[in-house]
Design a protein around this ligand. Structure first.
Ligand code: ADP
Length: 320
């Protein structure tokens, strides 16, 4: 708490992080404005007490007001520059991701030809390993680029959710099947508990699958080798409640409020160097909220994390 307050007050470090000069930095300017407001109050008090001439008071108060308004306009400019930088960053990410898609797809396509065609017979075992490495590395980058594009689409409201009755239990099974290689590589025990006779949920099947995949994938990724992941599905009042629980590395409490931010990766995680760029939960939350549900979590370092998704079971019109 104390360190956080100190960090909030350390405006020089903040301005450096925003890459803004001191006189462009809203935090610093706000401090100056606060100081001037206090000085102006004392000044006005002093002027009205010591000078009978009202003009002196009016001129001093007006001068201070002009200075405060000028600083206010600098603050607005600083905030605008930060906002513009955010917009430019998003545009940059979008352009680069689009440009990368073509070449990456070409690499994937050519590697697949080499792997499947008659060429593969002519490859030495070492060449076959190199080819597999190229394909795996390319798939990883392609996955990241697709995630960036998906985030961009959702941010711009270009994703159309086509809701229909979905059996969530089936989606969970499909996700577990998709992640079977990771599950066996990390030797994770998956425990699935699905209440009988659950009604379907009225959601977009692709969207909800992305949510379940991201949560289960994280639970596996951030578990220790030979760990356990529990997936529960049950009715919770009029809502469907999906719970994904692990006993892995957990997330430090002071970082909880940042978990659903774009590009967040916990300090704790840095020690384990897992793959990822911190977009999975941001995307999951955006999708769940678009589907009329809620996503939240509990986590403790060293003890594990539990992520909850609640979804309405009542039929709804398609959200666009
Ligand atoms: P990433 O691709 O980095 O996993 P996410 O958005 O899915 O991105 O998650 C953001 C960060 O939240 C992760 O980098 C990790 O630090 C933390 N996190 C998410 N899920 C878990 C979990 N089940 N256990 C521990 N930390 C987690």
């Amino acid at each position: 708490m104390f360190w956080k307050l100190l960090d909030d007050l350390n405006f020089v470090a903040r301005c450096k992080r925003y890459k803004l000069g001191l006189w462009q930095c809203p935090n610093f300017l706000f401090l100056v404005m606060g100081f001037l407001t206090i000085v102006s109050m004392f000044g006005a008090y002093f002027a009205s007490k010591n000078f009978d001439d009202e003009t002196v008071t009016v001129v001093s108060v007006t001068t201070v007001a002009v200075v405060i308004i000028t600083i206010g306009s600098f603050i607005i400019r600083g905030v605008e520059e930060i906002a513009e930088a955010g917009v430019m960053k998003n545009e940059f990410i979008s352009i680069v991701s689009h440009q990368l898609c073509g070449p990456l797809a070409a690499i994937k396509w050519n590697a697949e030809i080499l792997e499947n065609d008659k060429f593969s017979e002519r490859l030495t075992s070492k060449q076959a390993i190199f080819l597999r490495n190229i394909k795996e590395a390319n798939d990883k980058v392609l996955k990241l680029v697709n995630q960036l594009l998906e985030v961009n689409r959702i941010d711009e409201g270009r994703v159309i959710f086509k809701n229909e009755n979905v059996d969530l239990g089936e989606i969970i099974d499909q996700v577990i099947l998709e992640l079977k290689d990771l599950i066996s590589e990390r030797e994770i025990e998956i425990k699935k508990r699905i209440s009988p006779d659950l009604p379907p949920v009225f959601v977009d099947p692709t969207g909800i699958k992305t949510v379940v995949r991201n949560l289960v994938n994280n639970a596996i990724k951030y578990s220790r080798q030979k760990g356990k992941v529990e997936i529960d599905l049950k009715l919770w009042g009029r809502q469907m409640l999906l719970t994904v629980k692990d006993w892995g590395i957990g997330i430090p409490r002071y970082q909880h409020r940042k978990v659903f931010e774009k590009f967040f990766r916990s300090a704790n995680e840095a020690r384990y160097r897992t793959d990822g760029i911190g977009l999975g939960l941001y995307l999951a939350k955006a999708i769940v909220e678009n589907l009329g549900g809620k996503l939240w979590f509990e986590s403790e370092v060293g003890k594990g994390s539990t992520f909850y998704v609640s979804l309405p079971t009542t039929q709804k019109k398609s959200l666009t």
